[in-house]
Design a protein around this ligand. Structure first.
Ligand SMILES: Cc1cc(C(=O)N2CCN(C)CC2)sc1-c1cc(O)c2nc[nH]c(=O)c2c1
Ligand SMILES: [Mg+2]
Length: 221
């Protein structure tokens, strides 16, 4: 049977990347997807925004919704300090399996846990089953229809604290209008928009950062 695009991306990483070097894995995927086959990795332009927000959050526990091939999990995990971790949720079993191998090639398997299943089923398990107290950083990059309901679910499960930082991809393209309406009208979040472009394309896109109760966090220190 023909290989999938995601399997071809893994082949390229396995053949071209330097084992244990996250930067070389990131560069290899960006090169392959800009030169041969477009794929929905966050890419280098939006990836640089992701890097900055992760550095600002300096998370002990981070969550990603939408692993795909593991590109953004590698971007996030390469910036994490020792004894900190990234949990990433993927419902497509093939994507989860490819991501596991690519994250292994990057040498980041110790820091990244891939949770296979639907976000709405896994989020309620994070506290008890995955020993999460609260999440310092959440990257939403799974499906635009789930951005708002999953943010509400994270709140309901007591997983967000004062100062928790959310970052959402694809705010303009493919677009997440319900999420934008919800988060920008929610007084408990301070929102910032970061204009950019769709990965590997000239199409306009943007990322949205939302900080929970920022003032309250600031007052603590
Ligand atoms: C699958 C897809 C197709 C797109 C598109 O119109 N184009 C790309 C291909 N080129 C050729 C035409 C123009 S945009 C997009 C996409 C991009 C993301 O970053 C996503 N992130 C998370 N979850 C998603 O479902 C997700 C989808
Ligand atoms: Mg995306």
């Amino acid at each position: 049977m023909d290989q999938s695009k995601e399997q071809r991306i893994l082949n390229s990483v396995s053949y071209n990347a330097v084992k244990g070097d996250p930067e070389s894995v990131i560069n290899c995927i960006d090169k392959y997807c800009s030169q041969y086959e477009w794929a929905m990795n966050v890419g280098d332009e939006k990836g640089t925004i992701l890097d900055k927000v992760v550095e600002e959050a300096d998370p002990s526990v981070a969550l990603e919704l939408g692993t795909y091939c593991g590109y953004s999990a590698i971007r996030i995990a390469r910036l994490l300090k020792p004894n900190t971790r990234l949990l990433t949720i993927e419902f497509n079993p093939e994507f989860a399996s490819i991501a596991k191998e690519i994250i292994e090639i990057a040498g980041l398997s110790e820091k990244v846990t891939i949770l296979e299943g639907h976000s709405e089923d896994i989020i309620p398990q994070l506290k008890k089953k995955y020993e999460v107290e609260t999440l310092d950083f959440v990257f939403l990059d799974h499906w635009k229809e789930r951005y708002a309901p999953d943010t509400i679910l994270l709140e309901e499960c007591g997983l967000l604290r004062k100062g928790s930082i959310l970052l959402a991809d694809n705010i303009i393209y493919p677009g997440a209008p319900e999420f934008i309406k919800y988060i920008r009208s929610n007084k408990r979040f301070e929102c910032t928009s970061y204009p950019s472009h769709l990965e590997y394309m000239k199409v306009e896109d943007a990322m949205e950062k939302a900080v929970k109760d920022p003032g309250a966090a600031a007052m603590l220190f």
